[in-house]
Write a new protein. Structure first.
Length: 700
C-alpha cells in the first residue's frame, strides 16, 4: 500500500517561530497531512528543531548563556507554539537527539568509505583578536553578486546568492568587529560536483510537476555548476566529525540538518515500539515523499538532500517526489524582521487571541494569503475582513442558523425526509455543489494549491447558505412542515460535508460541527481515523440518520472588532526599532554609510503644525495637520507620550515630504516627522533654530 511521508523544514531553535515561518512550511504540511489521513492514506508527518549551527551560538552569545540553554528553551517554545495553532506532527523532535548525531556520523563515514570526501587544507577567515576561525555567519561584508553590504559569509539574504566566504568584499568579523585575516585550516569536502549530471536529470524529471519557482532556483544553482563543498566546520557546538585528527571540528549544518528528517523518523519508530519501521518510510519505493519549506531552503531539498540520499541508493533510500516551496509572507507591506520587531511570533498571537476560534482564524487567513507562487502580505485589516465576511458571515452564520432552527423546531434531532421525498431544483443544485466542491477541494490539496482549496471549501458554504435562503424554512415550517423537515435534513447533511471540507484548514470549527451533529470527531489529526478508510471521498453523501440527537448549537466564529485590529496595528507601530540585526560582541559600528544619491532621494521640508489632536484608543499617536508650504498634510506621529497637542500648535518642525502614504489606525498618514531620542527614551522633535524660516523650506 502506498505511503505518504511529509516533512516540514526544521525551525531554528534560536527564536520563537513567527507567522511568516508558519505559512512557509509547517502550516501547509499540517493541512496536507490532515487531508491525507482523512483519505485513509498511510501517513507520517514529522518535523523538529534545527539545533546546530552558528545561528544557535550567536543567540547564546547575545544572552550570555550556553547553546544548550538556548535550544532547550526554544525547542519547547516552538513545540508549544505549533501545537497552539493545531499544527500537529506524528513527532516533533530535535537534532540534539543522540540518534541524530549517530545518523549524521554514519552518513559521513559512508561518504568517506566511498571516496566522496576530500581532506585538504584550505583558506578561511580567522579572527586574530578572538583567536578563532570564523564560521560563515560570523562574517559580514559586501555581496560579490549584488553589492548588498550586510551579506553573510556564505549566502546573501538580499539576492539569495551562495558563495565562498573569501569572495566577500570588505569582510568584517562579527565577533571582534575587526577585518579578519586568512589562514589555513583542514576540512573535509564533499564532492557535490560528481553529482552534477545526476542532479540535472533528477530535477528535469520533475519538470511540469514541481512549482516553477522551485525548478528555476534549482536550475540556476546547477547552471553555476556544483563544486566541492566543505562538510565540516571549525566549531565546538555541533556533531563532532567522527574521524581521527578532527578535534574542534563539527559536521557542517548544511549537510547534517536535512538528515534530521531521517533521525526523527527513527525516533518515531522507537516510540512506536518498532525500531526498524523507519525503513518502511525511507527505504521503500512505495513511499511518496513531500517536503514542505520556504524558498530560502529550496536548494537544500532539491539538490543537497537528494544527493546525500543518492549516495546510499543501494539501500533503497527514496528521494523527494515533490518540494512545494512557498515564497515569503510580508507583514503590513514590509518584510518580517524579528530584529526590528516587525513580526508576529506565534506565542504573541496566542496570548493576544486565546479563544480557540482564533487558531482557525489565523490558519484560514494565512491559507488564503499563502505565498504559493509569489510573495504575499498579511495585514490585520484582511484578518478582520476574512473573519467577519467569510468565516463568521458565511460558514459560521450558516451552521448557527441551521442548528438553532432544528433545535427550536425539531427538538434537537435530525428531521426525517418526507415520505416519497424527491430532490427538487434547489436540492439538485446544492447536491452538485457539495459533490463537485468537495472534489475540487481534494484535487487542489493533492496539487498543493491550498488557497484554491480553501476557496472551494468556502464556496460550498456559500451554496449551502443560498439553499437555506431559497427554501425559506421559516415560512415552510408553517405552510408545509414535511417539506421543512426535508429541507433541514439536507441542511444538516451539508454541515457534515462542510465539517470535512474545512477540517484541514479549520480543525477546531470542524470538530465542533461534528460534535454538534453527534458524529465521532475526525479532523485528520495524528492517530485519528483508520488507514484504508476513506472518509473524505464519501463526505458529500447523506449519512445522518433521521432521529439522531444533536448537541446544543455552538457559535463557531465571532466578529473581530475595529478596536482589536487597531490594538494590533499599534503594537507593531509602537514596537518597531530602526536598528538592524544585533550581532555578537561587535566593538565597532558596521559601515552602513550611503551614497549621496541615496540621501538625495529623501525630500525634507520644514512644516508648521496647524492642528494637533490625540488619536482615540492610542496612547502613542497624535494626528497632526501640517502646512508644508505648498499644501496641507495629515501626519500621524508616535509622540503622544512626549508632547501635549496644545503645545504643538504653531511649532515649526521637519518632515519627510516624499514618503508614500501609510494607513495607521484606519487613518492615512502623509509623511513622517523627524525626532531624536536618547538611550533613556527621551524624545524631542527636530526643529530649525530660527522658527521664522516658515513652512516649505528645503532641509539639506
Amino acid at each position: 500500500m502506498k505511503r505518504y511521508l511529509i516533512t516540514s523544514a526544521l525551525p531554528y531553535a534560536s527564536g520563537v517561530t513567527h507567522l511568516g515561518n508558519v505559512v512557509g512550511s509547517t502550516l501547509p504540511a499540517d493541512i496536507y497531512a490532515r487531508y491525507c489521513r482523512l483519505r485513509g492514506r498511510d501517513t507520517l508527518s514529522i518535523c523538529g528543531s534545527d539545533e546546530h549551527g552558528v545561528a544557535i551560538t550567536i543567540a547564546a552569545e547575545k544572552e550570555g548563556i550556553s547553546p544548550k540553554e538556548v535550544i532547550d528553551r526554544y525547542h519547547e517554545a516552538n513545540a508549544r507554539a505549533l501545537m497552539g495553532l493545531d499544527i500537529n506532527f506524528d513527532l516533533y523532535d530535535r537534532t540534539s537527539n543522540p540518534i541524530h548525531a549517530a545518523t549524521a556520523q554514519e552518513f559521513f563515514l559512508v561518504w568517506k568509505e566511498k571516496g566522496l570526501l576530500v581532506e585538504r587544507e584550505d583558506d578561511q577567515f580567522y579572527d586574530d583578536e578572538s583567536r578563532i576561525f570564523l564560521p560563515d555567519r560570523y562574517v559580514e561584508g559586501i555581496c560579490p553578486n549584488c553589492g548588498y553590504d550586510k551579506a553573510r559569509g556564505d549566502q546573501c539574504d538580499n539576492c539569495g546568492a551562495y558563495y565562498d566566504q573569501l569572495d566577500l568584499k570588505s569582510p568584517r568579523s562579527l565577533v571582534s568587529g575587526k577585518t579578519p585575516v586568512v589562514r589555513k585550516t583542514k576540512h573535509w569536502y564533499f564532492k557535490l560536483n560528481e553529482f552534477q549530471r545526476w542532479c540535472e536529470r533528477y530535477i528535469e524529471s520533475h519538470a511540469g510537476q514541481w512549482k516553477d519557482n522551485v525548478l528555476q532556483q534549482s536550475r540556476s544553482w546547477l547552471k553555476q555548476g556544483l563544486a566541492e563543498r566543505s562538510a565540516t566546520r571549525d566549531m565546538t557546538w555541533g556533531i563532532p566529525v567522527p574521524v581521527d585528527g578532527a578535534a574542534g571540528k563539527v559536521l557542517y549544518v548544511w549537510f547534517e540538518a536535512v538528515l534530521g528528517y531521517i533521525s526523527i523518523t527513527k525516533q518515531w519508530a522507537i516510540n512506536e515500539g518498532k525500531p526498524e519501521d523507519w525503513r518502511r518510510w525511507w527505504c521503500d519505493a512505495e513511499t511518496e515523499y513531500t517536503a514542505f519549506l520556504g524558498k530560502d531552503n529550496i536548494v537544500f531539498h532539491t539538490i543537497i538532500f537528494p544527493i546525500l540520499l543518492n549516495t546510499r541508493s543501494e539501500e533503497g533510500y527514496i528521494l523527494p517526489e515533490n518540494v512545494p516551496a512557498n515564497e515569503f509572507l510580508n507583514l503590513e507591506g514590509k518584510k518580517f524582521s524579528k530584529s526590528r520587531n516587525w513580526a508576529i511570533d506565534v506565542m504573541q498571537y496566542l496570548a493576544a487571541f486565546p479563544e480557540a476560534q482564533h487558531k482557525d482564524i489565523v490558519r484560514y487567513v494565512l491559507t488564503m494569503n499563502m505565498p504559493e507562487t509569489k510573495d504575499s502580505d498579511f495585514t490585520w485589516r484582511d484578518y478582520q475582513a476574512r473573519t467577519n465576511n467569510e468565516l463568521a458571515a458565511i460558514l459560521g452564520n450558516y451552521v448557527n442558523r441551521v442548528m438553532q432552527f432544528v433545535q427550536k423546531n425539531f427538538n434537537g434531532t435530525v428531521p426525517a425526509l418526507a415520505s416519497g421525498y424527491e430532490h427538487g431544483e434547489h436540492e439538485t443544485v446544492l447536491l452538485a455543489a457539495l459533490r463537485d466542491g468537495h472534489n475540487a477541494v481534494g484535487l487542489n490539496l493533492d496539487a498543493y494549491r491550498f488557497r484554491d482549496a480553501a476557496t472551494e471549501a468556502m464556496n460550498i458554504a456559500r451554496a449551502a447558505n443560498k439553499y437555506f435562503n431559497d427554501k425559506a424554512p421559516w415560512k415552510t415550517i408553517k405552510s408545509d412542515p414535511a417539506d421543512c423537515a426535508s429541507t433541514m435534513n439536507v441542511c444538516l447533511q451539508a454541515i457534515r460535508t462542510l465539517s470535512m471540507a474545512f477540517a484541514p484548514f479549520c480543525p477546531v470549527a470542524s470538530a465542533t460541527m461534528q460534535s454538534m451533529l453527534g458524529l465521532p470527531v475526525n479532523v485528520g489529526a495524528p492517530k485519528q481515523g483508520q488507514i484504508g478508510v476513506d472518509l473524505w471521498s464519501h463526505s458529500h453523501e447523506f449519512q445522518l440518520a433521521a432521529g439522531s440527537p444533536l448537541a446544543e448549537p455552538t457559535i463557531l466564529f465571532t466578529k473581530v472588532e475595529n478596536d482589536v485590529v487597531e490594538r494590533e496595528i499599534e503594537k507593531l507601530v509602537g514596537s518597531v526599532t530602526p536598528s538592524g540585526p544585533v550581532t555578537p560582541s561587535v566593538v565597532e559600528e558596521p559601515d552602513d554609510r550611503i551614497a549621496i544619491d541615496d540621501f538625495s532621494k529623501v525630500k525634507l521640508r520644514t512644516a508648521v503644525i496647524i492642528e494637533a489632536e490625540r488619536v482615540a484608543k492610542s496612547e502613542k499617536l497624535l494626528k497632526l495637520q501640517v502646512d508644508i508650504g505648498t499644501e496641507r498634510r495629515q501626519i500621524l506621529a508616535g509622540i503622544a507620550k512626549h508632547y501635549a497637542p496644545e503645545d504643538l500648535i504653531g511649532k515649526t518642525i521637519v518632515v519627510v515630504a516624499n514618503l508614500k502614504p501609510a494607513k495607521l489606525m484606519g487613518m492615512e498618514s502623509q509623511g513622517m516627522v523627524l525626532a531624536a531620542s536618547n538611550a533613556e527614551g527621551k524624545l524631542t522633535l527636530v526643529t530649525p533654530s530660527d522658527a521664522g524660516i516658515g513652512a516649505g523650506a528645503e532641509v539639506r
